[in-house]
Design a protein around this ligand. Structure first.
Ligand SMILES: Nc1ncnc2c1ncn2[C@@H]1O[C@H](COP(=O)(O)OP(=O)(O)OP(=O)(O)O)[C@@H](O)[C@H]1O
Length: 293
C-alpha cells in the first residue's frame, strides 16, 4: 500500500500560557491534497494549533513539520508556499481591491492572475472600490483572495465564511472545490458543521486542548455514533433506545403500547449530534450561538 505524503505532521504538540494548557499533547497528520477540518468549541485550541503550523506562534514542546520544515525556523521561501486566511485580518484598506491583490501578487514567485482571483471570489464589480468601503462579508472575500493569490500548496482557512450571506457561502464552497481539484491541501477551521461536511475529507475534533477524535467526516464518533435512535414517552417518562433495526423496534412498541406510542420519533444522529457528543454537552451553548448568528 502506498503511503500518503504528509504535508503536515504533528506529534505530541503542547502550548501553555502560564498555567493554561491551550494545546495539551495533540498528534495528527494531513495528507497532500486533502481538506482537513479542525473542529472544536470556542477556546478549544484550534487557532493556537493553526498559528503554530503557520509559524506565527512558538510551541512549548512537541514535533511539528509543515511542508517538511519546522515552521518556527522556516524561511521566506517556505512561507511563500502557504496561503493564510486569518480569523480576522483587521484590514481597513485605503487601497482598492485590485491594488491590494496586485501588491500581494508581487510578493510571490508564481502568483495567480489578479483579475481571475477577483472574479473567483465574486468581487468583479468591486475591483476598483476602496477596501474600507466594502461590507464585512466583502472584506472577508478580499482576505480569501489574498490567501490564494500566491497559488499556495497549503491553504489555511480560519473560519473563512463567518459573516457571509448564504449565497456567498455557497460560492465560497465552489471556489474551495476548484482549489481542491487543483490539488491544494487545505486546513479549515469552522464552527459551521455543514461547511465541514461539504468541504472536508477528514476532521479532527479538539476539546480542551486535546484531540478527542480524528476520522473521515462521516465516520466521526465511530461506527455506533449514527445508529438510529427511537424516542417515545411511556407512563409519563421519556424513553430512548438505540437500535440498528428501528422498524422492528417500533413494531414491538406498537404491539405493546397500541398504534400511536406517545411522542414517538425515530432519527439518525446528525453530524451536529455526533459532534456535541464528542465535545460534551457543556459546549452546546457555544455552537448554538454560532448557528444563530
Ligand atoms: N496569547 C494568549 N495568552 C494566554 N492565553 C491564550 C492566548 N491565546 C489563547 N489563549 C488561551 O488558549 C486557549 C485556546 O485558545 P484558541 O484561541 O486556540 O482557541 P480556539 O479553539 O481557536 O477558539 P475559537 O473557536 O474561539 O477561535 C483558550 O483558553 C485561550 O483563552
Amino acid at each position: 500500500m502506498s503511503a500518503h505524503e504528509n504535508v503536515v505532521e504533528v506529534r505530541d504538540l503542547r502550548k501553555t500560557y502560564g498555567d493554561v494548557a491551550a494545546v495539551d499533547g495533540i498528534s495528527f497528520e494531513i495528507h497532500r491534497g486533502e481538506t482537513f477540518a479542525l473542529l472544536g468549541p470556542n477556546g478549544a485550541g484550534k487557532s493556537t494549533t493553526i498559528e503554530i503550523l503557520e509559524g506565527y506562534r512558538e510551541r512549548t514542546s512537541g514535533e511539528v513539520r509543515v511542508l517538511g520544515t519546522d515552521p518556527w525556523r522556516a524561511s521566506l521561501d517556505w512561507k511563500a508556499r502557504l496561503g493564510i486566511v486569518l480569523q480576522s485580518s483587521g484590514e481597513t484598506g485605503a487601497v482598492t481591491v485590485r491594488e491590494q491583490l496586485s501588491h500581494f501578487a508581487a510578493l510571490y514567485p508564481n502568483p495567480r492572475d489578479v483579475d481571475e482571483v477577483i472574479a473567483a471570489v465574486g468581487l468583479e464589480h468591486k475591483a476598483n472600490s476602496l477596501i474600507r468601503k466594502l461590507s464585512g462579508g466583502q472584506r472577508r472575500r478580499v482576505d480569501v483572495a489574498v490567501g490564494i493569490i500566491g497559488r499556495p500548496e497549503l491553504l489555511f482557512l480560519d473560519e473563512p465564511t463567518t459573516g457571509f450571506d448564504p449565497e456567498a457561502r455557497r460560492s465560497f464552497w465552489q471556489l474551495v472545490r476548484t482549489l481542491q481539484s487543483e490539488g491544494t491541501t487545505i486546513v479549515l477551521t469552522t464552527h459551521y458543521l455543514d461547511e465541514a461536511a461539504q468541504l472536508g475529507d477528514r476532521a479532527g475534533v479538539i476539546a480542551g486542548g486535546r484531540m478527542v477524535d480524528i476520522a473521515p467526516i462521516d465516520s466521526l464518533g465511530g461506527a455506533d455514533a449514527r445508529i438510529p435512535i427511537v424516542r417515545w414517552v411511556e407512563g409519563g417518562e421519556a424513553r430512548e433506545e438505540r437500535t440498528a433495526t428501528p422498524g422492528a423496534f417500533v413494531a414491538s412498541l406498537i404491539a405493546r403500547l397500541g398504534p400511536e406510542p406517545e411522542n414517538l420519533e425515530v432519527f439518525r444522529p446528525s453530524l451536529e449530534d455526533v459532534y456535541l457528543d464528542l465535545v460534551g454537552h457543556e459546549h452546546a451553548a457555544d455552537l448554538g450561538q454560532e448557528v444563530a448568528s
